[in-house]
Structure formats: structure tokens, C-alpha cells
Design a protein around this ligand. Structure first.
Ligand code: NAP
Ligand code: GLV
Length: 326
């Protein structure tokens, strides 16, 4: 690798938002351990030399920020979804790598499986009964009676599909390109969407947010979901991105029965405004975009390994295809 000066090869951290678990101090400590000897610059840091930055590890960087590093070689997005980075029209034309690590995948699968089971096992109904000290068992179906459909069969969708299949659910998935997965009905492209929806009782969205998928979760789509399932109506679980959903449509579809219930981890505006009727809707379950709140240890080690490979001339893994947007 060519060097542009004695302090070249520095890794800049541009991390905005996130939870306590994602504090800047935590990230800096983790990257300092994972990349021994490499200067780690927490941007903005007083007096740092922008020309020394070879790598950037980012989460929701400000538009134009990355363009300030003239010798940037690789951008590492600290999450799986790259929509926030791709929204930066001045982003340098260097490889953009996203996160695909077991730690994140397993957390997402926990979230999806938990919420599929909560709906399937009628947990809201049982919690309501407990609150009123009512012993009122209701009919419980076998997992094999319930059809789960995953929008997105990527790293996350495939793992969730696999675990749900092993639990006995009838699982299908929808993707851009055709796939074959044992035990899973695979649908692809525009032509595959209608038959996929028509056989789905619980719709799980794990799509990336791209120009093609923005607001895909809307009334016309919900209206195509199966109406003959055992759960009293279609259920939506969205852990992809808020921009995938039309929240006004979700609310009106919950009112007229087009949807029976929804679990939402992501929102058009985050944090979800206190004025949103989603907060108090009796059939909406909300989590604060933490379905898969990835661990800084796992990601810093992943990024450090990729930098080491890159500097040895090996290919980077999980490079985003900018033309597809994911
Ligand atoms: P991925 O591996 O890139 O998979 C994306 C899947 O979506 C692929 O199967 C792809 O089809 C499919 N797809 C994309 N555009 C499509 C379209 N227009 N029509 C049909 N299928 C389409 O991504 P991932 O790692 O599974 O992550 C998915 C998303 O989850 C991320 O982009 C992020 O937004 C979200 N996420 C959320 C959280 C959270 O905490 N809530 C955490 C992590 C990730 P092909 O397979 O044919 O390419
Ligand atoms: C979180 O939302 C991620 O994209 O990793």
C-alpha cells in the first residue's frame, strides 16, 4: 500500500446518533484495541490532518463530511444498512463496505423470531388477560398452520427464514434475484411479489431502503396479504428501515382490518415523535430501532480484519453495489 506521510493510514470515526452502547468513547476504545499502532481519529478532533485519513468508520455521517478526506481508501459503514451513507451526494468514489457479522445476524434473528412467536402465541391477548386476572385460554394453532413471508432474503432474511423453518412455520421469502433454499418457498422480482403476498399471514420486512423499495409497505401491498390465515388478519413486522413503510397506511389498515397487528422497529422519523398515534395503538408493538444493535467489539474486529486484508492486497468483503443501493 502506498503511504502519503508518516501518519498516513489513520482511521477516522464519524459516528452520529446511536445508543449508549454506541458511545463515541466506546467505539474509540474498541478500535484502538482492534487496530494496534493505527492512529484513530474521533472526528471532529482538534488539529487532525485530514490528509492522513485512509479509512473511515461511519454511522450516519453528515453529508459532505467524507469528501473532506483527500486520501480516503475505504469507507466502513458500522451497520448493515447503507441508505444514510448513500444519501450523501458528495461521497468519495471508494469502496463502501457494510457490516455482515454473525453477532448482528443472530440479534436480528432473535428479534424476528421473538415477534413472530409473540403474534403466533397471542401474547398481547394473554398479557391483557393477566392484567384482569382472567383465566381464558383461547385456541392455539401449531406453527405449521402459520405462513411467514420474508421480504428480503439477504444475510439477515436467510438466517431468520432458516430458524423460523426449524420452528415449524411455513416460510417463504422474496428477493431481487431468484433463489433456492431448502424448505423455503422462494419468490423473486416484481412477478413474484403478488403470489408471495397471497400466501403470507405474517409479513416480515428485512429489505434495504433503496429508490426501488421506498414506501413499499403501503396499503396496496397490505391488501394483497392472505386473509384466510388463523391469526385473525395479516400481521406486519418491519425491522428494515422506516422509509420502507407508509405509516399513515399502516394506521388506516389497522383500523379497517386490512392489517391485524404490527411490530415496528424502524420509523419514517426517528426517534418516533411523541405525537405519533403508533405509540398508543393497542395493536402496534414498538421498539426503538434496536432489533440488532450490534456490538462494538464484533464490528471493530471485523473492520480491523478487513483493513489488514486490504493492505495485504486481498479483496474486501461485503462491498456495497452502489448502482443497486445495497
Ligand atoms: P442484504 O444481505 O443486502 O439483503 C437484502 C435483501 O433484499 C436481498 O435478498 C435482496 O435481493 C433483497 N432486495 C433488495 N432490493 C430488492 C427489491 N427491489 N426487490 C426485491 N428484493 C430486494 O441485507 P441484510 O444484511 O439482510 O440487511 C437488510 C436490511 O436490514 C439492511 O439494509 C438494513 O436496512 C436493515 N437492518 C436493520 C437493523 C435494525 O436494527 N433494525 C439492523 C440491521 C439491518 P437479492 O438477494 O436478490 O440481492
Ligand atoms: C442497523 O440499522 C443496521 O443497518 O445495521
Amino acid at each position: 500500500m502506498t503511504s502519503s506521510g508518516p501518519s498516513s493510514g489513520a482511521l477516522a470515526l464519524l459516528i452520529r446518533g446511536g445508543t449508549d452502547n454506541w458511545s463515541n468513547e466506546r467505539w474509540k476504545a474498541r478500535f484502538t484495541t482492534a487496530c494496534p499502532g493505527r492512529p484513530i481519529v474521533q472526528v471532529p478532533e482538534e488539529g487532525f490532518d485530514a490528509a492522513s485519513i485512509s479509512y473511515a468508520a461511519v454511522w450516519k455521517p453528515r453529508p459532505g463530511e467524507l469528501a473532506g478526506f483527500p486520501n480516503l481508501k475505504v469507507i466502513f459503514n458500522l451497520g448493515a444498512g447503507v441508505d444514510a451513507v448513500l444519501a450523501d451526494t458528495q461521497m468519495p468514489n471508494v469502496p463502501l463496505v457494510r457490516v455482515a457479522v454473525d453477532d448482528l445476524t443472530q440479534r436480528m434473528t432473535e428479534y424476528i423470531v421473538m415477534h413472530v412467536l409473540m403474534h403466533h402465541r397471542q401474547q398481547s391477548y394473554l398479557a391483557g388477560c393477566q392484567q384482569h386476572k382472567q383465566w381464558k385460554p383461547t385456541q392455539q394453532w401449531a406453527a405449521g398452520a402459520v405462513r411467514v413471508g420474508l421480504l428480503g432474503l439477504g444475510v439477515l432474511g436467510r438466517d431468520a427464514a432458516d430458524v423460523l423453518t426449524r420452528l415449524g412455520f411455513r416460510v417463504a421469502g422474496w428477493s431481487n434475484s431468484p433463489k433456492t433454499m431448502p424448505g423455503i418457498e422462494c419468490y423473486a422480482g416484481a412477478a413474484g411479489l403478488r403470489p408471495f403476498l397471497a400466501r403470507t399471514d405474517i409479513l416480515v420486512c428485512l429489505l434495504p431502503l433503496t429508490p426501488d423499495t421506498r414506501h413499499i409497505l403501503n396499503r396496496p401491498l397490505f391488501a394483497q396479504l392472505a386473509k384466510d390465515g388463523p391469526l385473525g388478519g395479516p400481521i406486519l413486522i418491519n425491522a428494515g428501515r422506516g422509509g420502507l413503510q407508509n405509516e399513515a397506511d399502516i394506521l388506516s389498515c389497522l383500523e379497517d382490518g386490512t392489517l391485524n397487528a404490527a411490530t415496528l422497529d424502524v420509523f419514517e422519523t426517528e426517534p418516533l415523535p411523541v405525537t405519533s398515534p403508533l405509540w398508543t395503538h393497542p395493536r402496534v408493538t414498538i421498539s426503538p430501532h434496536n432489533a440488532a444493535d450490534t456490538d462494538a467489539d464484533a464490528i471493530s474486529i471485523y473492520v480491523a480484519r478487513q483493513i489488514a486484508d486490504f493492505e495485504r492486497g486481498l479483496p474486501l468483503a461485503n462491498v456495497v453495489d452502489r448502482s443497486r443501493g445495497y
